[in-house]
Design a protein around this ligand. Sequence first.
Ligand code: AMP
Length: 386
Amino acid sequence: MSGETRTILPGATIGVLGGGQLGRMLAHAGNRLGYRFVTLDPTPDSPCGQTAAQIVASYDNQEAARELASRSDVITYEFENVDAEVAAMLATESYVPQGSTLLYTTQHRLREKRAVEAAGVRVAPYAEIVSLESLREAAASLGLPAVLKTATGGYDGKGQWVLRKDDELEQAWNEASQAGTQLVLEKFIVFEKEISVIAARSPSGEVRTFAPAENIHIHNILHLSIVPARIADSVRSEAEKLAVSIAETLGVVGLIAVELFLTADGQLYVNELAPRPHNSGHYTMEACRTSQFEQHVRAICNLPLGDPGLLTPVVMANILGEHMEPLLAWMAGKDEVAEKLGVEVKVHLYGKAEAKHKRKMGHLNVLAPNVDAALEWISQSNIWRV
Ligand code: AMP
């Protein structure tokens, strides 16, 4: 179906590969526009399955994927590691406006870096690693510290080894080479901030970007997204410009999230891309005229994109398993701190049965007169003390 653009009108069914929270919030936004949803996910009663029809099967189950295709007018995905054969089959049996090339590119760090460079955007200096010898050579030429990463399958800092001294190379190689995938060594970027920009592009070529978010991670998991990011206006417009360039060069349809490092001297380096709604874009749900989820639905259905304009300063804070108890205690009570600070806290929970440690269970959008007030509310609340 390559090259063909269809306009998918409300009443149609959107199929979502993956039934996690991103699919759930996509379905919420799309339902409001009058679309129906069906999801494929191995876990019964998945976050998306609670709000859409669900086919319970593994992601690489060809028969289940064919069923998804037959029940959907258009198909999208909420994670990148879609099996290549399944993606190709879905593209012939149904309509996948995002195509398979973008997935192919973003599934692999080396391909992704080359694509970002082709868009005229900087990435951290890197080298492909095929042996301990090539790791030694790359460490010498890039300099330490550096980060050894698996080219596929890594997320939230998994599949990464930070190398500070030469005598750490051999052990890192021994561990990393077990992963059974290609490896890449990246120069360690001493960044001042991590920011991200989400862009949406429709098949007709319309591109809109959301305000850049300033992201704070704890143990490699996103903790806060602060918007507006506390960065210079010139950096803000540069970040938006490079996201547009990446969306156009890669022929993105739907959303592309661009994660960036910002150095003290104002340089931006792309760390990673994600061709889907992104955790750092959850702030858009109440803080923007159009949320990232509605924008994604609009883009894949070839509707005009919505206005992504920011309505209010906001800080998004993730709720992990260990934060659930204090969150529920807070929800049941009266919040005088919020009143005093003039903030409004919007709760989003994903309907996951088990509150496992470090598992993303939900998030809060703290709408405030300024980001300092939102950060003050977060620091005074007891939710993240554990
Ligand atoms: P990633 O899985 O590539 O998003 O990396 C997870 C986290 O590791 C990032 O959010 C950074 O905090 C850190 N990190 C990854 N690559 C680099 C790098 N080249 N330089 C400095 N920090 C990095």
